[in-house]
Design a protein around this ligand. Structure first.
Ligand SMILES: Cc1cc2nc3c(=O)[nH]c(=O)nc-3n(C[C@H](O)[C@H](O)[C@H](O)COP(=O)(O)O)c2cc1C
Length: 453
């Protein structure tokens, strides 16, 4: 039985709205699916259904300028812009994702991960992808993509036009995923749904040698298991090019889908899904999620995330009297007599020196309405206290945020080594609380609210 799709959206680079469909249980391991140029997110619906049935949470994204995603006001549809979108989406996901991506989506994923933070993904399946664009292939791609921006009498004409671009390949095995990128206009004709500039940019992605060198370096840095999949009858991306790409990637396998042409994922959907799921189970196993000393710290973090907590903002004052603070959920009560509490601060915190020097700090426990504060005080690109109502409530105290559920104003009692954190123990000088509001909670990487029935 088909699993329902939920529409969700993300903020891409520069806040551009990116539309997506999700499928499966949000607490399951995340798979992010990126289509190729000219396709919409519906291209991946079949794979997403299979992933959800296998216990994964699948998110099919419309690239910028494609499907229902926003159009770039500045016309930026280069690899950097797409890669920045992918990074923004990965950063917004509660857990590390596995990426499945075709064509342009795959190039964006390579740049996002290989030039960024490989730890944000657990692996990649790259479909029908090459980084070598010779003049002939680039010309073909450009022509093939441009043909989509014409207007068409009917759906059959769309499929006819697309098939005609690759006459030696089998006709697309499934037409619905391709047709989803088109809509009928007020003129009764069929048009491609996105921004035509996105198609033009995908067809001519800039100086070839430069892009090849750059992507060649990026693939070598992927650092996670990679599967390269191609349709065995794909005429545009040869088996030799796929092997050449495999040789550049430290931990890559290849797979061919028999009988599939240009659209390996939808031409032979069942065979494709079987290959994908088999790789996922090996590269990013769902169960058991086990941490053993020295293995992936992310697994330990996920295990710790099973302990639900409240959320606080820990504050202090720097030597100029300016407030500093950050979101922290490591707050714990320690002792009633003397009155002690603790929180731990990452050694890489930009504010480590200030907290160590200040000799005082306050812990502000957030209520459910203060979730925006929690988000804001975990970001590094904002002036955190701008527009925030706060005050020093006691002489020698630290900033107390207006409306907090509770606040503990402390003198630093001790600072202990805590591995990659410092453990700050505070002696509570004053505590305030308000008895009526619900707390903001944090569990498995997400903000939550109390559910009392
Ligand atoms: C829910 C949540 C809880 C957090 N808990 C802590 C924590 O206990 N200790 C910590 O050092 N960072 C914690 N962080 C991360 C910091 O808020 C974040 O890294 C912040 O950017 C650090 O800023 P700074 O470098 O300006 O101190 C948490 C973030 C979130 C979203």
């Amino acid at each position: 039985m088909a699993t329902a799709m939920d529409q969700i959206n993300f903020n891409g680079a520069g806040g551009l709205r990116l539309m997506a469909d999700s499928c499966g249980a949000p607490e399951d391991p995340v798979v992010l699916l990126l289509p190729s140029a000219g396709q919409s997110r519906a291209f991946w619906h079949g794979a997403a259904q299979a992933l959800a049935a296998a216990g994964r949470y699948a998110i099919c994204l419309d690239l910028r300028g494609h499907g229902e995603s926003g159009h770039a006001a500045d016309g930026r549809y280069d690899i950097d812009a797409h890669a920045a979108d992918v990074r923004a989406v990965l950063a917004a996901l509660p857990r590390r994702a596995f990426i499945v991506a075709a064509g342009l989506g795959a190039l964006a994923a390579i740049a996002a991960v290989g030039e960024g933070e490989p730890h944000l993904v657990s692996g990649l399946a790259l479909v029908d992808v090459t980084i070598w664009f010779d003049v002939e292939r680039a010309g073909h791609l450009q022509k093939s993509l441009a043909s989509r921006t014409a207007s068409f009498d009917d759906e059959a004409a769309i499929i006819e036009t697309i098939s005609a671009q690759n006459p030696d390949e089998p006709r697309p095995g499934a037409t619905a995923p391709i047709l989803a990128a088109f809509a009928r206009g007020a003129d009764g004709r069929w048009h491609w749904r996105g921004d035509a500039r996105a198609i033009t940019a995908a067809g001519s992605p800039g100086p070839r040698e430069q892009l090849q060198a750059r992507l060649g370096t990026a693939v070598a840095r992927l650092g996670t298991p990679v599967l390269l999949i191609r349709g065995a009858r794909n005429e545009t991306i040869s088996a030799a090019a796929t092997q050449r790409l495999q040789a550049l990637i430290p931990n890559a396998e290849t797979a061919e889908i028999a009988g599939a042409g240009h659209y390996a994922a939808t031409d032979q959907e069942d065979a494709f899904n079987a290959v994908l799921l088999d790789f996922l189970e090996r590269a990013a196993p769902r169960q058991p999620l086990t941490y053993s000393g020295g293995s992936d710290p992310r697994v330990l973090r996920d295990a710790l995330g099973c302990f639900g907590t409240g959320v606080t903002i820990v504050t202090t004052i720097d030597e100029t009297g300016a407030p500093v603070g950050l979101t922290a959920n490591s707050f714990t009560s320690v002792s009633l007599e003397p009155p002690l509490i603790l929180f731990s601060l990452a050694r890489n915190s930009a504010n480590l020196g200030i907290f160590t020097q200040a000799g005082r700090f306050a812990v502000n426990v957030l209520h459910i309405g203060q979730q925006p504060h929690a988000g804001r005080f975990a970001r590094r690109d904002v002036a955190r206290f701008d527009g925030i109502d706060w005050a020093l409530r006691a002489t020698g105290g630290s900033p107390i945020l207006a409306g907090s559920l509770a606040a503990f104003d402390c003198s630093t009692f001790a600072v202990h080594d805590g591995g990659d954190h410092l453990v700050f123990i505070g002696r509570v000088n004053h505590a305030w609380f308000e008895p009526h509001r619900d707390p903001l909670l944090y569990f498995r990487g997400k903000y939550r609210r109390l559910h009392f029935t």
